[in-house]
Design a protein around this ligand. Structure first.
Ligand code: SF4
Ligand code: SF4
Length: 104
């Protein structure tokens, strides 16, 4: 069964002009969102993106931007409880996950 997420990668953006084709995004993405075509990254299946942020954190050139955490269940619930934008607040001072290296 293929997983689909609440916000389905809406915040994920790729600037191919900054991409050097290193393939890190392909390696770190847990849902095979990216592929390398003609030596540049491409968003293959946006709907699989759970906005974990791993690709943006690992891209050496900053070619990827993604608002991490907005698509995960923790973020949705956090947003409902706080009345703010969904955020898992992985790096925030109050986050129980603040000492984790990877978000979500
Ligand atoms: S990690 Fe960044 S530079 Fe490397 S292939 Fe992916 S988008 Fe391009
Ligand atoms: S945010 Fe996570 S799931 Fe989405 S493309 Fe990047 S690594 Fe893959």
């Amino acid at each position: 069964m293929e997983l689909r997420y609440f916000s389905a990668g809406k915040s994920l953006a790729l600037d191919t002009g900054s991409c050097i084709g290193c393939g890190r995004c392909v390696e770190v993405c847990p849902h095979a969102v990216f592929s390398i075509n003609d030596r540049l990254a491409a968003i293959e299946v946006r709907d699989r993106c759970m906005e974990c942020g791993a690709c943006g954190r690992n891209c050496p050139t900053g070619a990827i931007t993604v608002k991490s955490g907005v698509g995960c269940a923790f973020a949705i619930i956090n947003g409902m409880v706080s009345g703010k934008e969904p955020s898992c607040d992985c790096d925030g001072p109050e986050s129980p996950r603040k000492n984790r290296k990877a978000c979500c």
